[in-house]
Write a protein that binds this ligand. Structure first.
Ligand code: PRX
Length: 649
């Protein structure tokens, strides 16, 4: 193994870890050579109502696609996350909650969480929610959000969590796609000292003429502020809970019955409703949570992701609760009111495992390490990173300043679609290299292919694909199975295409280089450039728009928009601000363009296709080597764009 920048597994971690390097190699080999045997054993980590006898029935052939795991077994996800832990003592802490204001503290034991979930499951039933119905959850980071999710799982309803930062329009399209009759929300959320008008956003979404399906809105009182109220439609969470029974036997679900929907952006069209099912997902979330974070009973685990993203689903709710973990949940952001907050929270709650995103690390790094002078950090053992490539400088800062050089970092690569972590170090097994997600997790068969789909061997760079199924894999795009097949299985026949590019080094370690499609990753939030473009062109003064990502010091990628205005419209700073606000209103704050360049024309082929590679290079200030422009209808457009490009340094 090349020793350049290699961080060895600390001896004490290797000695006590659930998986050491020898075990990793042996288990990985077994998982690939004998998947049925491997998963037959791993499936036993959760409780089944009717045990499975069938393990894996999968094919990535686009003509005969099938993904089935543990498919004759039955179970209930909420019973696995709650009921089965009660035997060891219902007093075990499930959630430690800290408000945006650190003076707000709550804890919920597994017994209390179970009680709340059962009551809320009965509430949902009382509102007519049945097995198989989609329930939309638009909530802040409070324990009730986990309660709502697990209550859906208890009665076999499919939850669809919409991130609290999304706009009314985004809520409307998701609610409509799932034909949700019930929305669960809160009066307001609180984040970074500001309140977020969640109920107001739901009200606006429901004014949308296309949204006819919603009958009930259940509202949690979080701040108590004045809100608009529709009699007959809106109901308070607390008044329903007071009447509800705490007795609710879990629904017996098939392993392949849907558990949840979660919308994510692709290269084209509207966000896709990624559908995950029950058995395989839960086995995979629980197993990866335990092994990747080397989770030991009693440890305090903190994942800073919002529950509105897949990380919040798999590694704040399902994985940890299936393992009976104690989860720290934070309502706000870990660098508010000051960058010291992260360290204060680790010390205050004696956090053992921290899972966060590179964008936070870079933001803290920019503020300076002096904010961590008082930080003790002695409880911390393992640190994770997720959502985007972590640059080696940020990795080292995280290792030194937060991990005090003794905590292994697990840089975990995965996607909404994958349900769980696929490429990652294991703390006790894998020597790490800053910036590399290292090796595949159990059962995962990654490969690199060229643009024709030929498999590349050895140290190489190419498109990252997966050659075989794993239990946590998404099963379909809700309501559009053809799009599922087309998006993931047609680019390279017989393989799942991730949309990412990657490099494999001489040690077999993977280095994710980023998206190779028209998806960008802004502060770990995934966005389709097409979504931002269609928001821009919906503005009356915009004739055309092209959006690309560009390197951004804190966010990883920023949003760079080229905008052509309609005839006779003068560009102005005011209009630029107006367009930024417009996109924010259409999609949500995370989609606000960082930079808008006025463009009298865009580089197009003769058939009218926008050539984004030129736009990406201009946005990145890489204008010396633009490549062949001869296929453009009007090559002179490029010079004009370069002349007027924005100086972003
Ligand atoms: O480009 C990869 C990047 O995030 C994408 C998936 O985004 P999303 O579905 O929102 O899920 C994020 C949380 C799992 C991937 O296609 N990505 C995620 N983790 C990493 C990463 N890129 C590099 N390194 C990672 N560790």
């Amino acid at each position: 193994m090349s020793t350049q920048s290699l961080y060895k597994v600390p001896g004490d971690i290797a000695a006590n870890a659930l998986i050491n390097n020898e075990q990793y190699k042996k288990m990985y080999q077994e998982s690939i050579v004998n998947p049925d045997g491997f998963w037959r054993e791993q499936g036993k980590r959760i409780d089944w109502i009717k045990p499975y006898t069938k393990i894996k029935q999968t094919s990535f052939d686009d003509k005969d696609l099938s993904i089935n795991w543990f498919y004759d077994g039955t179970l209930n996800a909420s019973a696995n996350c709650l009921d089965r832990h009660l035997a060891d003592g219902s007093d075990k802490i499930a959630i430690i909650w800290e408000g945006d204001d650190a003076r707000d503290q709550r804890t919920l034991t597994y017994g209390q969480l179970h009680d709340q979930v059962c009551r809320f499951a009965n509430v949902l039933r009382s509102q007519g929610v049945c097995r198989g119905d989609v329930v939309t959850i638009y909530m802040p980071m409070v324990p009730e959000t986990a309660v709502a999710m697990l209550a859906c799982a208890r009665i076999g309803a499919i939850h669809s969590v919409v991130f609290g930062g999304f706009s009314p329009d985004s809520i409307a399209s998701r609610v409509n796609d799932g034909q949700s009759r019930v929305i669960i929300t809160a009066d307001e959320g609180v984040r970074g000292g500001r309140s977020i008008p969640l109920k107001h956003n739901v009200d606006l979404a429901l004014e949308h003429p296309d949204v006819q399906c919603v009958e009930k809105v259940i509202v949690l009182k979080r701040t108590g502020s004045d809100i608009y109220w529709v009699e007959g439609r809106d109901i308070w969470w607390h008044s329903l809970m007071e009447l509800a029974s705490e007795h609710c036997p879990p629904e017996e679900m098939g392993a392949e019955d849907p558990l949840f929907l979660l919308y994510t952006s692709g290269s084209t069209g509207n966000p896709k409703g990624v559908l995950h099912t029950t058995g395989g997902y839960l086995v995979y979330a629980a197993m990866s949570h335990e092994y990747v974070f080397d989770y030991k009973p009693g440890e305090v685990y903190w994942c800073t992701a919002d529950v509105g993203w897949i990380t919040g689903h798999s590694y704040m709710v399902y994985g940890p609760f299936a393992n009976g973990a104690t989860v720290l949940m934070h309502e706000g952001v870990p660098n508010y009111p000051s960058p010291a907050r992260l360290g204060e929270m680790i010390d205050r709650h004696k956090v053992n495992i921290l899972y966060t995103a590179p964008t936070l690390v870079r933001a803290l790094m920019a503020e300076g390490k002096e904010h961590f002078e008082e930080y003790d950090g002695s409880s911390l053992r393992i640190m994770g990173s997720v959502g985007e490539p972590i640059n080696p400088e940020a990795w080292r800062w995280y290792h030194e300043v937060i991990g005090h050089e003794h905590c292994p970092i697990v840089d975990t690569w995965w996607q909404t679609e994958t349900g769980g972590i696929l490429i990652t170090p294991l703390p006790g097994a894998t020597d790490t290299k800053p910036g590399s997600a290292t090796r595949p997790f159990f059962g995962v068969k990654p490969a690199l292919v060229d643009n024709q789909g030929n498999i590349l061997e050895g140290a190489n760079e190419g498109n990252l694909v997966l050659l075989d199924s794993w239990p946590g894999q998404m099963r379909t795009i809700y309501g559009d199975h053809d799009r599922f097949v087309l998006t993931y299985f047609k680019t390279f026949r017989g393989m799942y295409f991730t949309g990412d590019g990657a490099r494999r080094d001489e040690d077999g370690y993977y280095w994710i280089t980023g998206r190779v499609d028209d998806v960008i990753n802004v502060s770990g939030h995934r966005l389709g450039t097409a979504e931002v473009e269609s928001a821009l062109v919906a503005h009356e003064k915009v004739a055309e728009a092209a959006v690309v990502g560009y390197p951004h010091d804190i966010k990883g990628q920023g949003i760079y928009a080229y905008v052509t205005l309609i005839h006779d419209t003068e560009p102005s700073e005011e209009l630029r601000q107006e367009l930024r606000q417009w996109v924010r209103k259409e999609i949500g704050a995370l989609a606000t363009p960082d930079l808008i360049q006025w463009a009298s024309g865009l580089p197009k082929t003769r058939s009218g296709k926008i050539m984004r590679r030129f736009l990406r290079k201009i946005a990145a200030n890489e204008v010396t080597n633009l490549g062949d422009a001869s296929t453009l209808a009007d090559p002179a457009v490029i010079d004009t764009l370069i002349e007027s490009r924005l100086n972003r340094s």
